[in-house]
Design a protein. Structure first.
Length: 290
């Protein structure tokens, strides 16, 4: 597989950074980032839509206060969602823009906001029905050739959409961020996850705890009892369930709390037996496999 790979138990999602006022001071956020790096957690997941660019800007401000950190972080970011507030037309409509000009500007803007020399992974956030795959593919290839991005990827795409884009590129699409959790296991049975793995993309799981539903949904009783028996947290067990899959998907966690991150890091070595994995799946889906 071309491009960088993931060698950490989870990535740190920056979706809520703009709401974490306790981390808005650049020095304080720099301390937080350095503490995560010292734990061996160096992948940070962004998107230009998070906080309407504020997440990337806050992160970049922190890196600029402590320049040595920029060489240690690994950054994922995403683009192509245009919010109604950002739509300059008279329609003020939410839409997707994967045009080469938009994508190229987005790459340059994210580099500037984040204060890094390269975006390790750059993903198209949502499939755009109006995408000119050949032109967009060239723009991504050009950004890789220029050293602006380490690798290109996609998020929330279906196979035909990403294969259309891939056909217009020389570089490989090397990462795919999709919704996947104990609470949302449909991609394991509808062919999507198999296609991701089969096409050589490194899977990243957004909402890996289902927004909390994996912890308090149908599987909650079994999840909590098994976590207690194994001496781990229920969330740690739910992430271990994900990492047991072929390709070892990288969960993108949303918590910024150091104690929560430490707990999940502590639990990261847990490996599930096949029966334990299927018991959790059955509990979550409410029925046994066929």
């Amino acid at each position: 597989m071309s491009g960088p790979t993931f060698d950490v138990p989870f990535a740190l999602g920056m979706m809520n950074l703009h709401q974490a006022t306790e981390l808005h001071a650049a020095e304080r956020l720099a301390d937080w980032i350095e503490a995560r790096l010292d734990q061996g957690l160096d992948w940070f997941d962004h998107a230009d839509i998070y906080g309407d660019r504020a997440g990337e800007r806050l992160f970049g401000d922190a890196l600029r206060t402590r320049p040595g950190l920029a060489r240690r972080v690994r950054v994922v970011t995403k683009t192509d969602i245009v919010t109604p507030e950002r739509d300059a037309s008279a329609f003020a409509v939410k839409h997707y823009d994967s045009s080469p000009a938009y994508v190229t500007r987005a790459i340059d803007a994210s580099l500037e906001r984040l204060g890094v020399e390269r975006l390790d992974h750059f993903l198209l956030h949502r499939p755009d029905p109006l995408m000119d795959a050949e032109a967009t593919g060239r723009a991504l290839d050009d950004a890789i050739a220029a050293g602006k991005i380490g690798a290109a990827g996609i998020s929330n795409f279906l196979p035909e959409a990403w294969r259309r884009l891939q056909a217009g590129m020389h570089a490989r699409l090397s990462a795919h961020q999709l919704q996947l959790s104990l609470d949302h296991s449909a991609p394991l049975f509808d062919g999507l996850y198999d296609a991701v793995i089969g096409d050589g993309q490194a899977p990243m799981a957004w909402s890996p705890l289902g927004g909390g539903r994996a912890l308090d949904g149908p599987a909650a009783a079994l999840l909590h009892s098994q976590a207690e028996a194994l001496g781990v947290s229920p969330a740690g067990l739910a992430l271990a369930w994900l990492r047991a899959l072929p390709g070892r998907p990288l969960p993108v966690i949303g918590s910024l709390r150091p104690e929560r991150i430490e707990t999940l890091h502590r639990d990261a070595s847990l490996e599930l037996s096949r029966p334990a994995w299927f018991a959790l799946l059955e509990a979550a889906r409410g029925h046994e496999v066929a």
